[in-house]
Design a protein around this ligand. Structure first.
Ligand code: C2O
Ligand code: CU
Ligand code: CU
Length: 471
């Protein structure tokens, strides 16, 4: 095994004390700083739109909480990293430069949701950007199955073997949006199309973070950040806004609802627009999932509406506040038909079943009884064929199964046909005892790709498997 042993990983984790003196990190946390809810404005990450992008991984002191800045591992000095926004069908290169301190080691960059070839997929042990200024250039063609890749809300993050949880926790994540002229153009755009990245972190008395997962169950933080800001407010107009919500947390799931009981209009998932909009008053979002929603603030002028997380209480239940303070005209609309799903072959070539479980002896998370082994191929689908993949959660925890390379269509969940908001995705939350049946078509790309649980402490514990698309 190339990945560090659990003991080695625990040691690595315990020595990651970024920005905190050893003494203060060892001392019991003193009084943590108070955040007055909705006292700071939402921040919108810088947007990069050019064809050749550089992301430099480096230390930066970021203003997250009031008072001392938080030393983080960042892309280009901010958390979240810049939002990359590119038209579909056009080639984009992203060059990762690794200027992090030695304890970060080598890095990879995965464009999550993108249809990348294996060498451009940022796999856990492949084409590493060496610590000390090493760099790797990833090329994305923006094409899929003979056409343009579908418009989608993707994200990029580090994917290093056994260390993804640490590297993402320290700050290595950002959003990547593909704009697609084949999507309806009347949806809210420009300043009314807003990415929201949800993360949770725990800070010490000096406002510093450290990665201490204390086992493999999954690390949660005691504060929730939206675009890196604790409980921000966002001044909006009395019109429709498109919010592309990403759960970039290591392990926490959220259940989103609006404080006035109003419904979201969900228009998309990880894999782009839905066939038709769906109204939902509560939306669960697990790690790595995205929900693309429209909220209409028409006739709400003067109101304050809170985006809640009804899965938790106290400050964890109040994510951000919309202040409807601007009188605007709304020239946007949501068409009743958005985007048809690609058609897959009616018959599948092969059916494969994967059971998610936990070792009774070691407590390790497993897929079909096995931990990840980069030298083992767990599935070898043929290029151009459609297969049925079944995932069963036989463990006592939820998991979020994510497949690289291509999107998947849901046939059924627990025997019930796919609900309208989850017909095509690439990250799937499975509650205890659940079973999903997926159809997957393997287009364009030959070679090896991973699939894994996106609870990052499970992934790093080797709850990952590998497919090889063969001719
Ligand atoms: Cu977002 Cu394999 O990862
Ligand atoms: Cu991915
Ligand atoms: Cu898991």
């Amino acid at each position: 095994m190339i990945r560090p042993s659990p003991a080695r990983r625990a040691l690595l984790a315990s020595i990651v004390l970024v920005g905190a003196s050893l003494a203060s990190a060892v001392a019991p946390p003193a009084e943590a700083v108070t955040v007055v809810p909705f006292s700071r404005p939402l921040s919108i990450p810088k947007v990069l739109t050019g064809p050749n992008i550089t992301l430099t991984a480096r230390l930066a002191d970021v203003q997250i909480l009031p008072g001392a800045k938080t030393r983080m591992w960042t892309y280009n000095g901010t958390f979240p990293g810049p939002t990359i926004r590119r038209p579909t069908g056009q080639t984009t290169t992203v060059t990762l430069v690794n200027n992090l301190p030695p304890e970060a080691g080598d890095l990879t960059l995965h464009n999550h949701g993108n249809h990348s070839t294996p060498e451009n997929d940022g796999q856990p042990d492949d084409r590493l950007a060496a610590n000390g200024g090493g760099q790797v250039t990833y090329t994305y063609t923006g094409t899929e199955a003979g056409g343009n890749e579908r418009g989608a809300t993707q994200w990029y993050h580090d994917h290093r073997m056994g260390l993804t949880g640490r590297n993402v926790w320290m700050g290595l994540a950002g959003m990547y949006i593909i704009d697609d002229p084949a999507d309806p153009q009347t949806l809210p755009k420009g300043a009314f199309d807003v990415p929201l990245m949800l993360t949770d972190r725990t800070f010490d008395a000096n406002n510093q973070i450290r990665y201490n997962p204390a086992g493999n169950v999954g690390l949660t933080g005691n504060r929730i950040l939206v675009n890196g800001v604790p409980q921000p407010y966002f001044v909006v107009g009395d019109r429709k806004y498109r919010l592309r919500i990403l759960n970039a947390s290591n392990s926490r799931s959220y259940t989103l609802a609006l404080s006035n009981g109003q419904a979201f209009t969900q228009i998309g998932t990880e894999s782009g627009l839905l066939p038709a909009p769906v109204k939902r008053t509560e939306i669960e979002i697990a790690p790595a999932e995205r929900v693309d929603v429209v909220i209409d603030f028409a006739k709400k002028l003067g109101q304050k509406i809170v985006l809640q997380n009804v899965a938790a209480s106290g400050s964890l239940g109040q994510l951000m506040q919309f202040r409807v303070m601007r009188d605007l005209t709304d020239n946007s609309s949501i068409p009743s038909k958005l985007r048809a799903l690609p058609t897959l072959d009616a018959t599948s070539a092969v059916t494969r079943t994967f059971v998610l479980s936990r070792s009774r002896t070691t407590g390790q998370w497993l897929i079909n009884g096995l931990a990840y082994d980069p030298d083992r191929i767990d599935a070898a689908p043929r290029l151009g064929t459609t297969e049925t993949w079944i995932f069963k959660n036989g463990s006592s925890s939820n998991h979020v199964i994510h497949l690289h390379d291509v999107d998947q269509q849901l046939v059924s969940r627990n025997g019930v046909p796919a609900r309208p908001w989850e017909r095509m995705k690439e990250s799937w939350n499975l509650a205890i005892g659940e079973t999903i049946v997926l159809k997957v078509k393997f287009t364009d790309n030959l070679g090896k790709f991973v699939f894994h649980c996106h609870i990052l402490e499970h992934e790093d514990d080797a709850m990952m498997a590998q497919m090889e698309v063969v001719p």
